[in-house]
Design a protein around this ligand. Structure first.
Ligand SMILES: [Zn+2]
Length: 131
């Protein structure tokens, strides 16, 4: 991810935040490149999906696409735990019903780290180390 691409993604995320409806055609236009558009569409889906899930268990649901892009960029689009593999999923260090889908409880993770965290019970609350 280049600085320029990231700036573009943040710009689009900001635009989306200020809209009531998500006009995908306009988002495609704003994104500039097809690659950026696909990233926006994918991450927007991911955030929306997690927000719906949080609401369904009456948990806090405040994460925005803008928050999420800043978080994944902070971890350089890699898994927050191993910091090696590219991230594959959004992980909630504090289980969803208690922690909610919020900027402080969502980190990018790879599938194997997520599985390991889920199996390790109490350790699930452990937050990833910061880069
Ligand atoms: Zn990992």
């Amino acid at each position: 991810m280049t600085q320029e691409d990231m700036q573009m993604l943040l710009h689009v995320a900001q635009w989306i935040r200020d809209q009531k409806r998500h006009a995908m055609r306009k988002i495609r236009q704003l994104a500039g490149t097809e690659e950026n558009y696909l990233i926006i569409a994918r991450e927007l889906d991911r955030v929306n999906g997690q927000i719906i899930q949080a609401r369904s268990v009456h948990a806090e649901a405040t994460l925005t696409l803008l928050d999420w892009l800043l978080i994944v960029d902070f971890y350089q689009w890699k898994c927050a735990y191993c910091q090696e593999k590219p991230f594959e999923v959004m992980y909630h260090p504090i289980p969803l019903p208690r922690g909610g889908t919020t900027a402080s409880n969502c980190v990018p993770a790879c599938c194997s780290c997520r599985t390991r965290k889920k199996k390790s019970g109490l350790v699930m609350m452990e937050l990833p180390r910061k880069v």
